[in-house]
Write a protein that binds this ligand. Structure first.
Ligand code: GTP
Length: 310
């Protein structure tokens, strides 16, 4: 069984490696030389940490270097870690389960961001945790999405409610809640169709899903999470901002971090929007989803090899 930290480390290895390569492995190096700070700045930009955070880390490093020309790579990593931890403070989202009725988690986002996969992964992990989840295929727009979730569900032994291709997605959500309640499920995870945040009719459809769920439970969906493709890096900030303004979000899931060196984007996204991050996607398999933890994230980026193996 891989430790949670190892999963973060593996999932973010492209980002960490990219920083290591661009800086000639500055964190492992014993002493800094004059060009290392510049290399670090470039590396942090390239990994999408954003202007403000990069500059904060560089300024602190320069200050420390002025004081101590024997500054070591590990001390630079410690500076970076403490700045990231401060900037990210408050960014950990936690699902608080409702007692006595299903907790509803609704996944929304643009096409292909990873909603269906995340629905299946979450269902799988909750089942492993001893919960009793059910998933709902409310992406009635794309026939393949219904099939995809059905396939996942049968592989993972998850209960599922799905509508016909072209059906009213809000009606499927309504039925799904009813079924969840009747069958004694404690968690309902809703997969919705991909939509561009700029299309107001599609945003209205999301509002309708929320309205019908609220007929069952005024607080539902308890969590509306935007699923964001992490490989878009900081380009996803605008998308998340508009979804939040038009629909209202409780937080984010960032997927596909395994395939990108732009893993620093989480920092810029949180810094800009102050939306908590709940889960990170590190691959296509059911177990490739992790609850987001600040320490694991930061240590996977800045931790030493030795720390990371621990
Ligand atoms: N490498 C990697 N691939 C992922 C991850 N999450 C999802 N994918 C892949 O991304 C592709 C799109 O994922 P879906 O779950 O179908 O995306 P979606 O948001 O439901 O798509 P639409 O229904 O078209 O909006 C699939 O090939 C997934 O296997 C991840 O964390 N890492």
């Amino acid at each position: 069984m891989l430790s949670i930290f190892k999963k973060f480390k593996d999932g973010l290895s492209k980002s960490a490696k990219s920083i290591a390569e661009k800086t000639g492995g500055v964190f492992g190096r014993k002493k800094l030389d004059a060009s290392s700070i510049e290399e670090l700045e470039e590396a942090l930009f390239a990994s999408d940490f954003g202007y403000e955070t990069t500059e904060e880390i560089i300024e602190e490093t320069q200050k420390a270097y002025k004081k101590d020309k024997d500054l070591r790579g590990r001390e630079v990593a410690a500076i970076g870690s403490s700045i990231l931890k401060r900037v990210l403070s408050g960014s950990e989202g936690r699902i608080q389960f409702v007692e006595g009725s299903p907790t509803v988690i609704c996944l929304i986002g643009v096409n292909g961001s990873g909603k269906t996969t995340t629905t299946a992964k979450l269902g799988h992990q909750y089942k492993l945790d001893g919960r009793n989840p059910i998933v709902a295929a409310c992406d009635t727009f794309r026939a393949a999405a219904i099939e995809q979730l059905k396939e996942w569900s049968s592989r993972l032994g998850l209960d599922i409610i799905s509508g016909q291709h072209g059906a009213d997605s809000a009606a499927v959500a309504f039925d799904a809640y009813q079924a969840a309640k009747a069958r004694g499920h404690d968690t309902l995870i809703i997969d919705t169709a991909g939509r561009l945040h700029t299309k107001s009719n599609l945003m209205d459809e999301l509002a309708k899903i929320r309205r019908v769920l609220q007929k069952h439970d005024e607080a539902a969906p308890h969590y509306s999470l935007l699923v964001v493709d992490g490989s878009l890096g900081s380009n996803s900030i605008e998308q998340a901002r508009v979804f939040n303004e038009k629909f209202g979000l409780d937080g984010l899931v960032v997927t596909k971090l395994d395939g990108t060196s732009r893993g620093g984007a989480l920092v810029g996204i949180y810094r800009e929007l102050k939306l908590p991050i709940f889960f990170l996607g590190f691959g296509e398999k059911p177990e490739d989803l992790q609850e987001y933890r600040i320490d694991n994230y930061v240590d996977a980026i800045f931790g030493s090899e030795q720390d990371q193996e621990a």
